[in-house]
Design a protein around this ligand. Sequence first.
Ligand code: FUB
Length: 449
Amino acid sequence: MFSLTKPIMLKGIAIAGVLLGSIINTALADNPIIQTLYSTDPAPFVYNNTVYLFTGHDETGARNYDMRDWRLYSSTDMVNWRDHGVILSLKNFSWAKADAWAAQVIERDGKFYYYVTVTKSSGGYAIGVAVSDKVTGPYKDALGKQLLSNNGIDPTVWIDDSDGQAYMYWGHNGPAYYVKLNRDMISYSGSIVGTTVQNFIEGPWLHKRNGTWYLTYAGSGGSNEDIKYATSTQPTGPWTYRGQVMAPQGRSFTNHAGIVDYKGSSYFFYHNGALPNGGTYARSVCVEKFSYNPDGTIPKLTMTDAGAPQIGTLDPYSQPVEAETMAFSSGLITAAKIDGTGGGIYVTSISQNDYIKVKGVDFGTAPGAASVDLRVAAAASGGKIELRVGSQSGTVIATCAVDATGGAQTWKTVSCPVSGGATGKQDLFFKFQGSNYNFDWWQFKRAVA
Ligand code: FUB
């Protein structure tokens, strides 16, 4: 029923990732949020004034669901997203064999609990839980076995602010099930209860707002899934069907919702098949800003290319900005430097005319920026990075030669003069010339007035 993804040519490096963005035409769009790989099942989580976006990952070229790890991205402005890399994988669960499906992270008492769907080595779906002291991990299997082993998928957890009770919902093609989690968050008490939710298929997202409980979920929308929701005065239902939030749109059979409030606004995350060669097994996470209606109902939302508006601006001066912080990119990918825990991500697999867009960079009033430092590593000379404003073919404000540094992991800081237009708020583009070099971070220095 759906066109299968064509395998995309791997670049010549032994890491997961492919050339996706170089054939994207919607250069100024900010949806999908992630262009360096296919991402799925968004689970946003607000912590410490930052939105952490936990996602699944469709392997490129897959002809069925092929999902092996979970990824993390973060943002403080909803448009520039920093890539934290692989944050958890099937390998972290010794009893699991496949299907790193939908997951969600929440915090309790300073620990972060990562509820995941997997297939057990012995067969059948199960829900596991990993734990970390830090939101960015590393996460470890908390139990060494399943939390729930009854063929359930798509866990979603919310802690009731009125009494501290945590509830976990999950389900697939039947009732939405729930259970009460214990205070330790890695065990439960009482029975597993099935609740009737109209047209529920999968992907529940539980949240509470102004005393109302919301269960948002993927339903049967015709040929593809839509997103529907129901509400209740209690976390345990009964659930009253409230309608469709997002009609089927685009090329993915599934959709999957995640909803958060951040800096005074509400955001709806979902996935579709909007990247090149995207589809049912090659999905991408997107976001839309929305406002609840005065009566608390959720308005009907449409998938857009534009995504959410930027909150504030990005400061290019005060600290190094990780190169893997992007509003959009084309061609390149990211990789983990050493340990794969997300602590050392960099931009790699750079080819001629690849680019990174960083949105809404505030260079301040004239005279603006005087120079820029770039942290790079190169096995050979010959590359250069053009910094442009406005668009990938906009005004060049700096050109930095990338000479050989002694190896692809031998990092050096290159300092380049900036001229002609690095003032005010601008979209900044790193336009790459040549290849065979890596990029870790950047930072501008102000001109002395
Ligand atoms: O991504 C794999 C599965 O597809 C998820 O667990 C479901 O929610 C659906 O999005």
